[in-house]
Design a protein around this ligand. Sequence first.
Ligand code: NOJ
Length: 664
Amino acid sequence: MKKFIIRFLSVFLLLLGTANVFSQNPKNYSVKSPDAKLNFEIGISETGLYYQVSKNGKLVLAPSLLGLKLKNSEIHKNIEIKEVKYAEADDTWQPIWGEETQIRNQYHQMLVYVQEKTNLKRKFIVNIKVFNDGFGFRYEFPEQKNMKDIVIMDELTEFNFPEDHQAWSIPYQTEFYEGLFKKEPLSKKDTISTPVTIETKSGQFLALHEANLTDYAAMNVYPDKKSSHLKVYLTPWSTGEKVFTKTPFQTPWRTLIIADSAGDLLLSRLMLNLNDPNTIKDASWIKPGRYIGIWWGMHMKKYTWEPGPNHGAKTENVLRYIDFAASHKFAGVLVEGWNIGWEDWKSFEFDKPYPDFDIKKITDYAKQKNVELIGHHETGGNTLKYESQLKDAFKLYRKYGVTTVKTGYVGGLLDGKEQHSGQYGVRHYRKVIETAAQYKIMIDNHEPVMPSGLQRTFPNLMTQEGVRGQEWDAWSKDGGNPAEHTTIIPFTRGLAGPIDFTPGTFNFTNTALPDTKVHTTLAKQLALSVIMYSPLQMASDMIENYENNPAFEFITSCPVNWSKTVVPNAKIGEYVTIARKDKDSENWYLGSITNADSRQLNVPLNFLNKNVKYKAKIFKDGKDADFEKNPYPVEILEMEVNSDTVLPISLARSGGTAVILVKL
Ligand code: NOJ
């Protein structure tokens, strides 16, 4: 039930003096988190509008500038605070799918009404929401006489960290965000594409990102003069401007999660809370599921996308995958290379199958077998052409009962001109997701703009790439993803939303590129199904590699939709254990993984229901398992456990443990 109480009536101010030192300004306004531990303060100094944030009295952010730079003027100096309003909310909402069934949205809010002192009297509001686990703020520009069409040249927003913390990030312009997260002090970074995750010396964990990126450019940051003082840099249009808009408008939320442990970062729902509620009234067609695909075979060069003797999408091959999916209860089969255009990656047609892909026969067969064909639209980055065919393309798929489409944007710049993360790209991705919703189609977006929680508003946006996924282990010239990669990305890219990482390798031989491989054990591949949250979860290997392997049971029985999530232990870059409760049963699933070091962990199962017995089926690294020498051994054992059990977990080098906990 929604509770929204105006706490204080408006505070009208006649005049606000300037102060040289922001923190000593008696006319600052502040708002505390519901538990009163966080304090967000805002005020005006000689150089402009500032904010600072503290937790338990200690600065998390030192005075940091707020404001926007417009085409012909800045809007942050010579201003006054005209009014401040406070409010609070505490409600709980139910996502259509997710890592839990209930999400609490509890915050204290401060709305700061700012106006220029010049004749133009342009005005904006800084809307601040402070939660127990962090804050978000955004700029809101109401309709007004002297501000209509606006060209934003940049945001002046800053994040001034008082110490030079260690941080994990990838640089701005990392192609499709497919980079390795580097840990180094903030001041050493060149540029940063958010989310950036920070560990302070005092053991705090912070994650800076944005929420509700709509018709705006994505936020990047960079250290000012090689310090820990970060400034915003919005992804520009090819012409240099950042955002074209008109009043009324609002920017995305600038968010900082402030957590006491790395695990708590994963449990923060601040980003989702700062997105708009679901707009899809009848969401019964939106169904999380596990899928296989004619996919890894292309990346391993066994099949081709384009027609020829080894064309992966040949009807008989697709039927074989459908049979396998049906016998192992997979919801869908992804087929890439089904449509015209793969010869040159430029002339894709989204409604024209290759002659050896019989879409009618395939979808009729799939229907009989209670499996769905998952569609694929690789655009090569030609968004204009794709938009011109979008409705027909979705119509065609709907006609054949296809309700999930993977989209792709491989190519330097969109339409040869614009960056994926600029306003141009943001508009395009949004249009595809909204149009897909009209056709009741779920989306798995590859080469996306960095996610920012839009799946709350459009829950047909199931999962996205925007990560250096497992496909790099097929063809990357640097040998593939290092062992620690999967112990970092849940805490970085993972904070931005579901990841289509595509785990599931059972055959570690790469005949095409023998020096490139998956750097994990097989048991770790199982555990990744729990660790890498995605409501559409792929088992990525070719189906023949799963036949007759008892470890496959973990993949086929692991759900993709959860009622609860807990993180019993985590150290970014070293290890992480996550346990999730199935949304449709009383069973729990646990995954635990490590980096290149073997290790022993003791995991208390205190998240289980009290006074209940569970059968634990454990899939662990077997004798001599080692990601470099012998990734294959998996030992499967069963034991009875309860909430008092402390489960000893022993992980091989880049190993894993996956556990099914069935309530007895
Ligand atoms: C890159 C995507 O990430 C991958 O999954 C896909 O197979 C290729 N593009 C071809 O579209």
